[in-house]
Design a protein around this ligand. Sequence first.
Ligand code: CP
Ligand code: NVA
Length: 311
Amino acid sequence: MRHLRTLFDLSPAEVKQILATALTLKTRLAEGDRTPILPGRVLGLLFEKPSLRTRVSFEAGMAQLGGSSLFLGSDVGWKTRESASDFTRVIGQYLDVVVCRAKGHDRVEELAQFNALPVVNGLTDLSHPCQALADMLTILETFGTCSGKHIVFVGDGNNVARSLALICAMLDARFTLACPAGYEIDAPWIERIRSEYPDAQIEQVRDPMPAVADADAIYTDVWTSMGQEDERAERVKIFQDYQVNEALQAAAPKECQILHCLPAVRGEEITEGVIESPQSAIVQQAGNRMHAQKALLVWLIEPNWIAENVK
Ligand code: CP
Ligand code: NVA
């Protein structure tokens, strides 16, 4: 039984296989091919926090694959109505996979520990692995490779930054985080990346300007993540020099791509002009959530299809 709690659950070869599958599925969809690869399969979406992209892209993707989805909101009583062991073993008999967006990462770990069904992390405070798969799919489409590309994340060393730092190490890309003091990616996460990927090229710096001079992509995310709303006023002050704006974009190479996981606070971590600039791949990146996650679902449920159809 495989889970995707964090990207540490996958090998680099498996990430590459999922990305290759995503490209194949995306191309086939563009050609009008919606062959049902997962007929009769059922996906559960167990969400404790709001979502547009993760929820809708999983539901749409599963429908395109011939399966169906159930959204499991607060009324199912997860963590409130019965024990985690009863809850998980019961849904394991109905569903083929569950995607879980949880307040605490320990909740995703807890769901997975019963091995009742594959558990996919749809965002926790610790990590956002599905986002990172779509991010690297976007880089791969643009540059033809992820290897050697330099991705500079400007802002908070949060869940999105952690997953991106790890997937960069897995795919031989360079990762730099430019952030205010105290907002770096935590040391245990970085140490685990370095111990599993000794050649990882990761830097954490203060000043975004020199960092973007040779960037292939500049990436940012909100300064205040879900669950941190009480810190918002303080964070807006702390991160004010970390806006991805026209001046920062001008300090990067002309072809440097702009990425953001969305939702964005326009005028806060990124300006309207940069989001709408020709270098912005933000909408394509959000679209790629669906293609990457379709590949992940096929990889989890019907791996033989990949062996037979993806080079
Ligand atoms: N990027 C992302 O996960 O978006 P949602 O919160 O809308 O799912
Ligand atoms: N860091 C953000 C990402 C949202 C997709 C959050 O956790 O709210």
